[in-house]
Every structure is written in structure tokens, then in C-alpha cells.
Design a protein around this ligand. Structure first.
Ligand code: SF4
Length: 417
């Protein structure tokens, strides 16, 4: 992991919802966007609450019509997190959103480019003390009538790059647009430059990070369903974040935005940029040694523990003894399977050996008991009570399968318990 890039910091929010900063020394935040109509106040607020509960620090809403900015007045009274108004084509929507008390505006240079209009929005945001995100998107950045001409003019700056012309246009457009903000002495700016091409996203933000002092909002746009979108997003955002680039992230899917938040939070936790608030589940990848229906078990464990456990304990679910003892040692709670049974360890200590059908219930009992002990201050996460001596996979167990198949998992030597 490279050191985080130094940049300016902008802050949004108010006394009621609290404040979220982007850039500087602020933690990387997670954003998402409502998928319901903003003018449907009840549905919009319900979704904002759902996203906030899933871990979103900031939520963006679309305001294509006057009725949407009117709805913001009510939404701003009840939102639990700062709200951003996403403005395209109609600069007046931005002015109305500011008047309604919005916490941040997003402008698209591709469709609001009139200097006087941009100046009006800048002045309103300056007066209200709120930041503006300049969000260029590959799809809306190119003025279509002179596309070919601009591509050939600017493309030479990035010769040899697969998408050099697009990269050049995105950067040129940003420079041009930011000049308007500088002329107004407005620096409460966040930048984004999204594309559906993960490699272009990586290159665009890498270039932008070198050229601008502003915090960066990372995202892969039009990424598709959760299946493909997560791969594109994690490839691009994970690369950039591990290179120290990125101050807030939005993963986007053509799906329930709660998944965007869940996956954004998981990405930050995986990169050690956010502390977990719930369980960290480790599961074996499965192979021909598997001794229980692990796919079902893991899904059930995830669902059950996510709902019922609220301390960030590490829980391992392993299909056999080969990696079981190692994981039992590293995890706070671990189960590893053998001959349709599960051996459960809590902080390195063997506490149960139960039939497959009882694994889930017993795991929940053990996790809840550990959570209670942690809350009473009688145990700490990551604590280990006994040393586990893993079985020798060659000498004692061979592949592990023979031993397990013998039917008595208790015969396996796993330290003292
Ligand atoms: S823990 Fe066992 S079943 Fe799971 S992948 Fe490893 S060897 Fe295979």
C-alpha cells in the first residue's frame, strides 16, 4: 500500500446529520445514490435510511425536475447523512437545491458548461458554504459535433495509450472547468472522472491525482450488474486506493444500491481503510476434501451472524481439518468440518463437536457468548487462549481425507483442549 496522496479537504453536512469530510486526513468515505424518485419523499427517505444503515456516509439524489428540488426541503429535515444533489442540464436545479439546504452539489461539465450559469451555481454554493463535485463521465464529456477533431488534437498527449484520446479529453475538460472555479476563488471542489472501462478509470485518476490538488471521488460508471460491476469496480478502485489515490468511493451497479454500499464498505475494510462493525467471515474455497455442505453453511452463517452479532469478530468456516486448525487459531470463532460434524473453537479453545445440522445454532450460541464477554470486558478480539499445534498434513494426516473418512474426527490431534 502506498502512502495516501496529499490533497485539500472539503467538508459537508450540518449540526443535525453531522459532518463528513473528503480528502486531507479524513477517512475514505462510502457513497451511494438513491434509485427511487426524489419527489417521492417517503420512498426516498426510506432508501436513504437503508443506505445509511448499510454504511453509507453520504447519499446522492437525482434532481431532474423542480418537484425533486422541492422535495429536498422535507428530505433535508429527516436524512440521517449528508445529501448531494446530482444536477445535469438544468443549472437552476442546483440553485434550488442550495436554497433547499443541500449539503453538496454535483455538476457535470459535459452538460452544464455555460460560464454564467456555472458562476451562478458557484456563487450560491460559496454563500451557503457547500462543496461542489465536478464529475466528468466518459459518456457525456465529448462534444459530439467535433468529437473526431478534438480526439486527434488532444490524443497526441497520450500517444500509445489504449484510450489516450479519451483521457486527454477528460483532463482537458476538467482543467477548463476548474478554471471557472478558480476565477471565482472557489476551492471547495471534489473531482471525479468515471468510465465503464476499469483501466481507463485507473489511468484517468492516476493522471488527475498528479495534476490537481482536490480530493477525488472514485467510481466506475455503467459497471453493470453486481456480478460484473463488482469485478470492474474492485479492480479499478482497489488499485487506486492501494496506490494512495481516492478520498471517497461510489461503487455502482444496475441493482439495489444497498449492495453498492455493502461492497464499498467491504472494499475499505479489506484494504484496512475502515474498521469493521460486524463479523469478518473467512470461509475455505472448498475442494475434494470437503466434509459438510459448506456452501449452504457459509451462506447461513453469514446471514445469521450479520444480523445477530455486532462486534467485529473474525469467524472461520472451514470444510475439513487441513486448514481448520490454522484458521481456528487465527479466528475468534472457528468451525472446521469432518465426517458430517463440526468442531468449534473459540479463541483457540475447542468448545464443541456437533453434528452438521447443529453447527449453525451452536456457532451462534458461541459467537453470542463471546460477544457478551467482550461487551463485559472479559475477553478481547484477537485474543488466543491456547496454542494449537496443527496436524502434520503429510506425516499424520496425509491429504486429510483418509483420516476424516475414518469417521472419528476426535482422533485428530489438535493440541490441548
Ligand atoms: S479447508 Fe479443507 S475442504 Fe476447504 S479448501 Fe482447504 S483442504 Fe479443501
Amino acid at each position: 500500500m502506498l502512502k495516501r496522496r496529499a490533497c485539500r479537504k472539503v467538508t459537508m453536512g450540518d449540526d443535525r446529520v453531522g459532518r463528513v469530510s473528503i480528502g486531507g486526513d479524513a477517512p475514505v468515505s462510502v457513497q451511494s445514490m438513491c434509485s427511487v424518485y426524489t419527489h417521492d419523499v417517503e420512498a426516498c427517505l426510506a432508501e436513504i435510511h437503508k443506505l445509511a444503515d448499510a454504511g453509507a456516509d453520504v447519499v446522492r439524489v437525482a434532481v431532474p425536475e423542480r418537484k425533486d428540488t422541492e422535495a429536498l426541503i422535507e428530505i433535508m429535515k429527516h436524512t440521517p447523512v449528508p445529501i448531494v444533489a446530482d444536477v445535469h442540464f438544468h443549472y437552476k436545479r442546483a440553485l434550488e437545491a442550495v436554497a433547499a439546504g443541500i449539503h453538496k452539489i454535483r455538476l457535470n461539465p459535459g452538460n452544464i458548461s455555460d460560464r454564467d450559469q456555472v458562476n451562478e451555481v458557484i456563487d450560491a454554493c460559496k454563500e451557503a458554504g457547500i462543496p461542489i463535485r465536478i464529475g466528468v463521465n466518459e459518456g457525456s464529456i465529448i462534444e459530439r459535433k467535433d468529437k473526431q477533431k478534438r480526439m486527434s488534437e488532444l490524443g497526441k498527449y497520450f500517444e500509445g495509450h489504449r484510450s489516450g484520446h479519451l483521457l486527454a479529453i477528460m483532463i482537458a475538460k476538467l482543467e477548463e472547468y476548474i478554471d471557472i472555479f478558480h476565477d471565482r476563488d472557489f476551492r471547495d471542489v471534489v473531482i471525479s472522472a468515471k468510465s465503464m472501462d476499469a483501466t481507463l478509470v485507473i489511468d484517468a485518476y492516476t493522471e488527475i491525482a498528479k495534476r490537481f490538488e482536490y480530493p477525488l471521488h472514485l467510481g466506475v460508471t455503467h459497471a453493470g450488474t453486481r456480478e460484473t460491476g463488482s469485478i470492474r469496480s474492485i479492480a479499478a478502485l482497489g488499485t487506486l486506493l492501494s496506490n494512495g489515490i481516492g478520498d471517497t468511493i461510489r461503487i455502482s451497479y444496475a441493482s439495489d444500491p444497498v449492495y453498492e454500499v455493502e461492497d464499498g464498505v467491504e472494499l475499505l475494510c479489506a484494504l484496512d481503510k475502515r474498521e469493521r462493525t460486524g463479523i469478518e467471515l473467512i470461509a475455505c474455497p472448498t475442494c475434494g476434501r470437503i466434509q459438510v455442505d459448506l456452501f449452504t453453511l457459509v451462506e447461513e452463517v453469514k446471514k445469521t451472524l450479520e444480523n445477530d452479532i455486532s462486534v467485529p469478530m473474525k469467524v472461520a468456516v472451514m470444510g475439513c481439518v487441513v486448514n481448520g486448525p490454522g484458521e481456528a487459531e487465527g479466528a475468534d470463532v472457528a468451525v472446521f468440518a469432518g465426517n458430517k460434524r463440526g468442531i468449534i473453537y473459540v479463541q483457540g479453545e475447542r468448545v464443541a463437536n456437533v453434528p452438521e445440522e447443529e453447527i449453525l445454532d451452536r456457532l451462534l450460541v458461541e459467537c453470542t457468548a463471546l460477544e457478551d464477554k467482550i461487551n463485559r470486558g472479559e475477553a478481547k478480539l484477537g485474543q488466543k487462549n491456547v496454542e494449537i499445534i496443527p496436524p502434520d498434513p503429510i506425516g499424520e494426516l496425509g491429504s486429510g481425507a483418509d483420516k476424516i473418512a475414518s469417521g472419528d474426527v476426535e482422533q485428530i490431534t489438535i493440541g490441548e483442549s
